[in-house]
Design a protein around this ligand. Structure first.
Ligand code: TXA
Ligand code: MG
Length: 332
């Protein structure tokens, strides 16, 4: 896709803002990011302030192409090169030993750095024009639902971000897979669009899941790993499909909103969101659906438990955390 003249001007403005140490929200294929010049600690500090995020949580550095890996990583293992070749640009973040140049604020003081090349024409145009790395977490207030449209970002962060590059709705819709290659094991810290099986095919060994690690203390801080995350303000509960009808009847005195992979029951009055049946489309719609249901004024959101199947792992992960963190008022 080539950019329109208006988009080119927006990218130029974004580059000027980044060079001046300001924040720019940018589209990626996964979710919108809240970006700053990754080599400017003062700019990066603005990200934490705008998100209300704890300062010890590391950020992903977005780069234009795999050739920039050596600027940010002290060591680039063969497996990283092979994965970059297979999946970049795309929804895979690699955790590698950091190089000296990376500010502590970006890595949360850890000896590693998260790196990814996003697959979005506007993001790539921005990264190429900027010429350096852009540190960017998801562009939402800490713990809340990640944004998949420019409107979501404006609703969450408003005046806290001077420019939101509008690249339309994100195609993937949930955050990247995070793969830690900094130690002897390859470990998936966060499931996402790139599956463990797809990674195994490229590196010739099966990556471990975070839950398989015997020493939890060695796992670096990952805010996406907090039990409560990606959460609506309305209370939310996961319910197996066959129990959905009974749970709705039991909650008769509450205003209930439902997200399910089936059409609404005939007797149901209220907000019912019929979700796609395949995991990819479901993920694509997930955050926008949760935001919509969160705004219906319901007392309770019931979500049909996703299938227990590898393809649904990333969706199940986000739904589980959204349920745990749900129902809490903002701390702002
Ligand atoms: O798809 C994505 O990854 C999106 C888009 C904007 O690229 N970004 C995103 O960022 O989800 P954020 O900050 O919301 O989540 C990134 C996760 C965090 O949980 C963070 O702790 C983890 O990546 N992370 C970053 N650097 C790390 C490191 N060096 N070691 C372990 N975890 C790291
Ligand atoms: Mg996030």
């Amino acid at each position: 896709m080539s950019l329109t003249e208006a988009q080119r001007q927006q990218v130029e403005r974004a580059v000027a803002l980044l060079r001046a140490g300001e924040l720019v929200a940018l589209p990626t294929e996964t979710v919108y990011g809240l970006g700053a010049d990754a080599l400017n600690p003062e700019a990066v500090a603005r990200i934490f302030a705008a998100k209300g995020r704890p300062a010890d949580h590391p950020l992903i550095v977005h780069i234009a192409d795999a050739a920039q890996l050596t600027t940010w990583a002290a060591r680039v293992p063969k497996e990283a090169v092979a994965l970059a070749r297979a999946f970049w640009p795309g929804p895979l973040t690699l955790i590698l030993p950091r190089s000296e140049e990376v500010p502590d604020l970006v890595t949360g003081g850890q000896p590693t750095v998260g790196l990814r090349v996003p697959n979005h024409p506007l993001a790539l145009a921005l990264l190429r024009a900027f010429g350096s790395g852009i540190a960017a977490p998801s562009a939402n207030r800490f713990g809340r639902i990640s944004p998949t449209t420019a409107e979501h970002v404006r609703a969450d962060l408003g005046e806290r971000v001077p420019l939101v590059l509008d690249g339309g709705a994100c195609t993937v819709g949930i955050e990247s897979t995070i793969l830690d290659l900094s130690g002897p094991q390859a470990v998936i810290l966060r499931p996402g669009g790139i599956s463990a099986a797809a990674i195994a095919e490229v590196i010739g060994r099966r990556p471990m899941g975070r839950e398989e690690l015997s020493v939890p203390a060695v796992v670096p801080r990952v805010s996406g790993a907090l039990a409560a995350h990606y959460a609506p303000r309305t209370a939310m509960r996961l319910v197996p499909g066959e129990q959905l009808q009974r749970e709705i009847e039991r909650a008769a005195r509450l205003r209930v909103a439902v997200l399910a992979r089936r059409a609404a029951f005939d007797f149901f009055v209220g907000a019912w969101h019929e979700a796609p049946r395949d995991a990819e489309s479901y993920a694509h719609d997930l955050y926008a659906s949760l935001r919509t249901l969160d705004q219906t004024g319901a007392d309770l959101i019931l979500v049909e438990t996703p299938p227990d199947d590898d393809r649904w792992r990333a969706v199940a992960d986000r739904l589980g955390r959204a349920a745990v963190g749900s129902g809490e008022a903002d701390e702002t």
